[in-house]
Design a protein around this ligand. Sequence first.
Ligand code: 0T9
Length: 368
Amino acid sequence: MTFLRSLATSKGDLSSITAPPFILSGTSLVEYSKFWAELPDLFVAPTMILDKEERALAVVRWFIATLKGQYTSRNEALGSEKKPLNPFLGELFLGKWETELEGTTILVSEQVSHHPPVTAYAIYNDAYGIELQGYNGQKASFATTMLNVRQVGHAVLYIKKFDEYYYITLPTLHIEGLFYGAPYVELEQKTVIQSSGGYRASIEYSGKGYFSGKKNTFKAKLYAPDQSSLLYTIAGQWSGKSTIINEKQKSESVFYDAMEHKVVPLVVKPIEQQAEYESQRAWEKVAAAVQVMDYDTIHVEKSKIENQQRELRKKEKEEGVEWQRRYFELVEDEGPLKEVAELAGVEPDEKVWRFNREVFEHSPDSKL
Ligand code: 0T9
């Protein structure tokens, strides 16, 4: 009950929630960016497809495939959704995927804002010439027994070979099962994937009993560039199986089956080799205490980090300087990206976080 009350008074600031120990996670939210590319084969697949329509479909397939990791992996591994650690400003999470066919895919994830929390990330594979960039924050509100979470930000997928962008909006979600101490995520509303080539996919989500009696269901429609014709309709469970209907031929086939794809774990440097601002190193003691549910140590170790941060902010204020983000910068959204956002029919953010790859590659952090 104390937990529910703390949710009700949290005023949309998720970091202020005091969760009971069994719901705490030793993983920082800055790590969650990895869920975008745990299936490297699907991530690079669009780069090999010459047909624009088929390529747009491959992007939708990759996106649908990422949802299982993003929104059900904690549930599956830990028995319920857990409250992630609230990243500090400048916290980094770095890693890579090494696979035989796809080669190296790199992840750079950085906490670029603490109040409100915003994580920015870049994921790229040079062998295939594909890059994903994005940032996201959350705005929460509490309703009776449910926590509603609206995501702020977006992701942009860039395919070099075709000089093509895909602007991806993020779904709204809610947390259910709070009253029973077994929270889980349910997606709602929609995602739009708009390509610079004009193709648009609109993916609608629903939970149990809306489109069907099943959880994690979605219905997606892919439209031709002029928006007049519907090319494909895809429906099913993003955590399971979905089918696709070719609207011209009226033929149906399997679109994606999560059971047939195995997640490739991200490789992160051993903690001893990480910099002190890298997530797993910085939170090592807290994570260990979470493991054994040692609430006192969790509190002590968390406070150390929080106080250190408070000191840093104080010093910056005194010196009249602002914290320098490591590898991302807040820039005006211009050029092709702004155009794609407009095509997508979304109100583009005035300023967006973009990766500065040059700076990253000239830093020791790039040695993964
Ligand atoms: C970006 C994702 C996001 C982060 C998480 C809402 C949530 C923090 C944000 C949106 C990723 O790409 C996708 C997946 C899950 C989202 C989390 C689920 C969740 O419960 C937490 C919030 C902060 C809480 O932990 C609230 C505490 C408690 C009510 C739940 C255990």
